[in-house]
Write a protein that binds this ligand. Structure first.
Ligand code: F6R
Length: 607
């Protein structure tokens, strides 16, 4: 949510900043801006809308400045506009900011009495003025930023420059990620390591409370008590290929088609079929500790929470002495919940930076609960703060709507459940069917992509004109319906609700008429007949029903998408491929911005 970039070196800062912003645009795309400067002369370029708007401004301005900062915004305070776009400038100071300054109104009143006036509605402009007011005393930028931050309440990742200081970019973080890339005679700054790919693989992940001075020669870091800290430089592996569309029209469809490969990466070395083996290296839990677990909180937001729900339905089947609470992070954190003895908390997050999930992690740690992460982004805040966990290794997910991350999250959680259940005594005979199916899953997904793509494309063409829809399912297909509904609503802007199939008649069915279509997931199992009854009830009220099923039985519905698979347990993950493709093609048919849907941003770093 919002992207920050910065550079100090000898190369052209404008082009480095622009390239970084293009890479980070998936984090926010309401407005964008950069500032570069030389000898007190600053060039500030800002636009409402996407980073592409900056490209032509940069072409016109032709600067060869070698220091600057930039930002792409997801609006919190103040509407998306050029005036509210970052960098903000007050006096000598230019500043970009992710997060929220909660006490900005109090600070603003004090600054107004000192003669500052404000042109934007943002909390960021207030922070910029605060830094300037201190900077003017002795022109020490590092000290001014540190002092200003002692007066701030809130969350921030910031990068700050002073136009009369050609040598320094000062950065700081508290609750919002910031990474420094160390190059030869140059230093890069970004809110996300993906912006650094191609420039350097040597990075310093700033910790909460730290402030750093970045120069051409290196980086100086101090902590919140103003004590010098020796920065730890790490090598990150990032694949530039994963950040390209590889011939697809959009990242969303590329990432849907990535899934056979990304899921294989999740499984690699963890499911070893020919040795009947499951192993997870990073849990940092002994067999005895796994055996002792009696209660699991799985904490996540959005799609990650639906992945968690689905996994919990599976885990409950084989770990029957464990109670699982799957909770949405933004709710859990304000509940006065009890933590039973022998509890474990698992935090599921593609980005590893979701603010509500991080807040819950902090709360659980404070209460002494062992915390695990199921995370995609290596080195992210959640990955660094947990006691152990599982990297899903799905590769960079650029499209705002999560697809391959979801599939790998479900599988990683099920893997954890199986490893725990084995420690509790689940026999290899009982585990083997899971190993077989998990091992086969990437190929089965590839087969669905291969055989169903054209059919779903046509289906989407036929249903794109509807304005309302329900997704329904029973058992594990219920959270799958929630995920299908979310994917369709966020990409297509159709009003979609996910419901347990059996719940519809307890109220929501009142809405059904022929303006609705309904996607019903139906497994060929003991719930088949009951699911069919729910479908008939909808059709009787004029609703148009699309059934997605692995059954070959006769089904009366407007459309039936049949998935042929030898899988029995993980067929729902194949149904979900249909949901993902359907959401993609409906969004394309409607001419929507598929990878960057309106009002959204990847990685929600505000609460
Ligand atoms: C929907 C989507 C979001 C995220 C949610 C959590 O397609 O992507 O609902 O799943 O914002 O994000 P992470 O997994 O990064 O914590």
């Amino acid at each position: 949510m919002c992207g920050i970039v910065g550079y100090v070196g000898s190369k052209n800062a404008q082009s480095i900043l622009l390239e970084g912003l293009h890479r980070l645009e998936y984090r926010g795309y309401d407005s964008a801006g950069i500032v570069t400067f030389q000898d007190g002369d600053a060039c500030l370029l800002r636009v409402k809308g996407k980073v592409a708007g900056l490209d032509s401004l940069v072409n016109d301005s032709h600067r060869d400045d070698s220091i600057g900062i930039g930002h792409t915004r997801w609006a919190t305070h103040g509407e998306p506009s050029e005036r509210n776009a970052h960098p903000h400038n007050v006096g000598d100071i230019f500043l970009v900011h992710n997060g929220i300054i909660e006490n900005y109104k109090d600070l603003k009143s004090v600054l107004e009495t000192r003669g500052y006036s404000f042109v934007s509605e943002t909390d960021t402009e207030v922070l910029t003025a605060l830094v300037d007011s201190i900077y003017q005393q002795d022109k020490n930028l590092f000290a001014a930023v540190s002092e200003a931050l002692h007066m701030v309440v809130g969350a921030y990742g910031i990068a700050v420059v002073a136009k009369d200081n050609m040598d320094e970019v000062v950065v700081a973080r508290s609750g919002s990620p910031l990474v420094i890339g160390v190059g030869e005679d140059e230093t890069f700054i970004a809110s996300d390591p993906s912006a650094l790919v191609g420039n350097t693989d040597q990075v310093i992940f700033l910790k909460d409370g730290e402030v750093a001075k970045c120069t051409r020669d290196g980086v100086t870091v101090k902590d919140s008590a103003d004590q010098a800290v020796e920065p730890i430089v790490e090598t990150i592996e990032m694949d530039i290929q994963a950040m390209q569309k590889k011939g697809f029209d959009h990242f969303l469809v590329k990432e849907i088609f990535d899934q056979p490969e990304s899921l294989s990466a999740t499984l690699a070395g963890r499911v070893v079929k020919d040795q009947d083996l499951l192993r997870l290296g990073g849990l940092n839990m002994s067999e005895e500790e796994l055996r002792a677990v009696k209660h699991i909180f799985i904490v996540a937001c959005g799609t990650a929470s639906y992945a968690s729900m689905i996994a919990s339905y599976y885990i409950e089947r084989f770990a029957d002495d464990v109670v699982i609470d799957t909770v949405v992070a933004s709710e859990l954190r304000y509940r006065s919940f009890n933590v039973p003895e022998n509890s474990l908390a698992i935090f599921v997050s593609q980005s590893g930076e979701t603010a509500d999930t991080i807040a819950c992690l902090k709360e659980m740690k404070q209460r002494g609960v062992r915390c695990l992460g199921v995370v995609n982004a290596v080195g992210s805040t959640i990955a660094r703060e947990v006691d152990g966990g599982i990297y899903i290794h799905a590769g960079a997910e650029i499209s705002v709507a999560s697809t391959k991350g979801f599939t790998s999250q479900v599988v990683a959680l099920v893997l954890f459940g199986l490893v725990m259940a084995q420690a509790k005594g689940m026999s290899i005979e009982d585990v083997r069917p899971y190993i077989d199916e998990l091992d086969a899953l990437p190929e089965e997904i590839a087969a669905v992509l291969d055989t169903k793509n054209e059919e779903v494309k046509q289906l989407a063409a036929d249903y794109s004109h509807y304005e309302h829809a329900f997704y329904i399912g029973r058992d594990v297909l219920y959270p799958l319906a929630l995920e299908g509904a979310l994917k369709l609503k966020e990409t297509s802007y159709i009003h979609v609700e996910g419901q347990p199939a059996g719940e519809l008649k307890h109220g929501s069915i009142a809405l059904i008429d022929d303006r609705f279509f309904e996607v019903a997931f139906v497994m060929d199992n003991e719930l088949f007949e009951k699911s069919m009854s729910n479908i008939i009830e909808v059709q009787a009220r004029g609703g148009h029903v699309i059934v997605v099923t692995n059954s070959s039985r006769e089904i009366e519905a407007e459309r039936v998408v049949r998935i042929e698979s030898r899988l029995k347990m993980f067929t729902p993950l194949l149904f979900n491929i249909v949901s993902q493709l359907f959401a993609y093609y409906v969004a394309v048919n409607k001419g929507n911005d598929v990878d960057q849907p309106r009002n959204l941003a990847k990685s929600v770093t505000v609460e």
